[in-house]
Design a binder for this molecule. Structure first.
Ligand code: VIV
Length: 293
């Protein structure tokens, strides 16, 4: 018997709708101080876990915990504060998705001068981009692929990636941010990047490990097995728009999102469709309610 024959009841809703009902109930149970979650917000967690409610709930709880435990990154989402880094053409989201609809991100680690920018500031760039692209419906279902160009990786970079930061990197890659990581491609990685990778790898689940590809210096031969030339900039063996232009365009996109990112950073749950004061019961409000009641 199909749901529509039964009439009424949540079994009538389509899978996403049913997931929303269940996830909201479970999430409000687990997070006692939160009063409300929007459909828009919960949808990100459901798609990131293919509508599995228990896995989505775990991801939502991990996201909340990650934000709490990494305030130096999660509370400082301000593109203008890292404009100097962005202007070095460190990062871009390519204008075109790949053949499967995944977003394609490029990080040019060599553009990051570790004397000028601390690792948590560099990390915040990734978090800002992640927050923005995770609002896109197609990205929610098709995920992302990231290319890391490690040309210029130095001891100065390596020294900034301590075990605590390595843990934070592996957390967001595996189960603390509502985005499907469909591929990580390292290009131009030098030999002495290996010890840093060895610090991150043990914390990654097998599923993600299998999606990490090391292409080395001859990356042009193998990167094209994963990305069609029409998508990639010429600097990465493609025929798309050049890297400088795409970095500048994404920097502009980030700058235009300054207010939005600021809201996310200061919001108690990150669900900015709900006004912060309506979203959770703070201890002071609870105390006031007790007095009133
Ligand atoms: O931030 O889906 C040692 C991805 C990344 C994210 C976030 C999300 C995400 C794929 C990362 C990748 C980059 C937030 C949601 C982990 C930030 C990294 C910042 C540090 C400071 C860069 C240092 C260089 C790394 C290079 C290799 C990293 C790969 C093994 C991922």
């Amino acid at each position: 018997m199909s749901g529509s024959e039964l009439g009424g009841g949540p079994e009538d809703l389509e899978p996403l709708g049913r997931g929303l009902v269940d996830l909201r109930r479970r999430a409000l149970q687990e997070l006692a101080s939160v009063r409300i979650f929007s459909d828009q917000f919960l949808t990100k967690f459901l798609w990131a876990r293919d509508l599995d409610v228990e896995l989505s709930l775990k991801l939502l709880l991990n996201y909340q915990r990650w934000r709490r435990e990494s305030p130096e990154i999660s509370r400082c989402l301000s593109p203008s504060s890292v404009l100097g880094l962005l202007n070095t053409t460190y990062h871009a989201v390519l204008p075109q998705r790949d053949h499967s609809g995944s977003r394609v991100l490029i990080y040019r680690i060599g553009q990051w001068d570790p004397k000028d920018w601390l690792a948590f500031q560099v990390f915040s760039v990734s978090l800002m981009t992640s927050e923005i692209i995770s609002m896109e419906t197609e990205t929610q279902t098709q995920g992302l692929k990231a290319i890391f160009d490690l040309q210029g990786w130095s001891l100065g970079h390596a020294l900034q990636v301590n075990p605590s930061l390595a843990r934070k990197i592996s957390s967001v890659l595996s189960d603390s941010f509502p985005l499907k990581v469909r591929g990580i491609h390292l290009v131009n990685e030098p030999m002495f990047f290996r010890p840093v990778f060895a610090m991150i790898r043990p914390f990654l689940p097998d599923k993600i490990r299998k999606r990490i590809h090391m292409h080395g210096a001859d990356f042009q031969d193998t990167l094209s097995d994963f990305f069609s030339p029409s998508v990639l900039p010429p600097e990465y063996g493609g025929e798309g728009p050049g890297i400088e232009g795409v970095c500048q365009a994404w920097t502009n996109q980030l700058l235009q999102s300054e207010k939005l990112l600021q809201q996310i950073a200061t919001h108690p749950t990150g669900d900015i469709t709900i006004p912060p004061e309506d979203c959770w019961i703070s201890e002071t409000v609870e105390a006031e309610q007790l007095l009133e009641g």
